[in-house]
Write a protein that binds this ligand. Sequence first.
Ligand SMILES: [Zn+2]
Length: 326
Amino acid sequence: MRSVLVVGLALWGGLGIISTGFVQLQSSLIAEIIQQVDEERLREHICQLQSREGGEYCNEDGSRWSCDASAIDRATNYARQYLESLGLKMRLVPYSLDCRQGPSYNLEAELPGTESAKLVLITAHLDSIILGIRPSYPAPGADDNASGSAAVLEAARVLSKYRFKHTIRFVLFTGEEQRMIGSSAYASELARKNVSILGVFNVDMIGYDSDNNGFFEIWVGIRSEEVFKGSWRLAELITKTIEAHKLKLVPEVLNDPGRGGDQALFWRWGYAAVMVIEDSEYGATDDFNPGYHTPLDVLRFLNLAYMKRMAQAVIGAAAQLAEPVP
Ligand SMILES: [Zn+2]
């Protein structure tokens, strides 16, 4: 069993990091932004991503396994076309994966800031995997992580109607299920170029809430004091957004130096990053998706109203960090 530390003031309490002055909610503009998050659009993205051919039937026979070029490329193309339709500047960022010939790709779309190139990242992994069965078997991955991918696509649609002081990037990683090779390549490239990042909101599994109690987890990094302060600040932005807009979600803030997920690769380089995830087996309660990494990780078991609120919490927090220009 892995040890989990609940972050409390006792841990870094002497640092005086909890500055309520930081969170200046631009409440009405943020309310306007998050009201536009659309449950039906989230649903449609998951349908497209969980089925092999896409189309209108919401089939459950798809896969986005990064080692199968045709499977992951179909998903990448779907997301790419959607982001292009929003008029965003796109980049396919190549890296290499042992199990696939030729390059693999992360996908990035950018909304340039009016004043600054400092980045706010909203990220998710697009790929899926099936375990315990032959790997070519369907891996619909509706929750893991078509849900987070859908939230990134919806964030792009809603936020691209506004202007922000800082630059927002919407990033879909692949290779997450191969030990986060895609995000590792991506984060180290940013670090090498000394890119300044205000915060990374990584969204990974936000669709399952069988008891409808709204519980979820925010994972912060503790690799260094700087990482902890920065990621705590992001967690605080999310929790304040939930309170201010009455989103009926109950966050638990957790940390574990060994916690996986694409945000961990940003912690490694000293960046502020959080992972937002449904109520997993870690922490005080457990309502984790039993279909995880099986063919039963499909849309019909997800709680879309919960998922919409999760997307709203992240999009609202990211918008505040990027500072909307009225
Ligand atoms: Zn995942």
